[in-house]
Design a protein around this ligand. Structure first.
Ligand SMILES: Nc1ncnc2c1ncn2[C@@H]1O[C@H](COP(=O)(O)OP(=O)(O)OP(=O)(O)O)[C@@H](O)[C@H]1O
Ligand SMILES: [Mg+2]
Length: 250
């Protein structure tokens, strides 16, 4: 797998927040069709990595490459247009709107037809939205108000909103955080099924080591703003540094 050019590559990324190096020589490669986990203690730079790769933050040094093209410093919207979407630690939803409206809004934004004069709901858009909701297993929730959904379903809705942007690469920040232990595996199954069906590569930040061991094909271990260890879940969970600094404290 590793002989190919990565879809996404960061080279020596650095970012400092008032004396704290949130990224300190962050080097990451993401290859096609990977489901790549990023783990690490609180404050080790995982969310910062996602923010840098999606243009929400600018590195003070280093570069970011998508299919070999330098995208450092591009605006988030430009990066999304190049096929990188993002799901959030806390779902970014229109909570008082119906589930299906959230998807139709995302589809409208992607179409670029988001103006006051055009109706949001068209037959074609409704159909596409229903298709996406079926894909993540939320079709039966389509007319519910988003706020009323259990957290696991809100996370999946946030994923479906990201999928409406038709990404090749999806970056997920803690897809299972705030989700009850019972809901976690079903959520991950629904997520994996959707990604496989759409052939989307994904990188996900995760604190639940059972989820990482079960679903990731490769794991990056973040520590103090850089990648300390990378390998298969089996390799990484045997590493003494990981056992002491991450697994023990997660
Ligand atoms: N906007 C910001 N302003 C100032 N400091 C920040 C900002 N964002 C992150 N930091 C700091 O940068 C470091 C890395 O934070 P980051 O959010 O990337 O960690 P994380 O690995 O995602 O942690 P968690 O597991 O708690 O989500 C931390 O020390 C954090 O306090
Ligand atoms: Mg974080």
């Amino acid at each position: 797998m590793n002989q190919k050019q990565p879809i996404l590559e960061t080279k020596d990324l650095e970012l400092e927040f008032s004396g704290v190096k949130a990224a300190d020589g962050m080097n990451v490669q993401v290859y096609e069709n990977e489901f790549l986990a990023v783990i690490g203690p609180n404050g080790s730079g995982k969310t910062t990595l996602l923010n840098l790769c999606t243009g929400y933050l600018r590195p003070t040094a280093g570069s970011i490459h998508l299919d070999g093209r330098d995208i450092t410093g591009l605006m988030p919207r430009a990066i999304t247009r190049l096929g990188v979407a993002r799901a959030f630690q806390i779902p970014q939803l229109f909570s008082s709107h119906r589930v299906i409206d959230n998807i139709m809004l995302a589809l409208a934004a992607h179409d670029g037809l988001w103006t006051m004069v055009r109706p949001l709901e068209t037959a074609a858009r409704r159909e596409q939205a229903e298709e996406l909701l079926r894909l993540v297993g939320l079709f039966d929730d389509r007319n519910h108000i988003s706020r009323a959904l259990p957290e696991g379903h809100r996370k999946l809705l946030d994923v479906a909103v990201a999928l409406a942007l038709k990404p090749r690469l999806l970056l997920l920040d803690e897809p299972t955080s705030g989700v009850s232990a019972l809901e976690r595996f079903p959520l991950m199954e629904a997520l994996m099924k959707a990604l496989r069906q759409q052939q989307i590569t994904a990188l996900f930040v995760e604190h639940d080591m059972d989820v990482v061991a079960r679903y990731a094909n490769r794991v990056l271990v973040c520590s103090a703003g850089s990648i300390m260890v990378s390998g298969s879940p089996g390799e990484v969970f045997k590493d003494e540094r990981v056992l002491q600094n991450v697994v023990g404290v997660a």
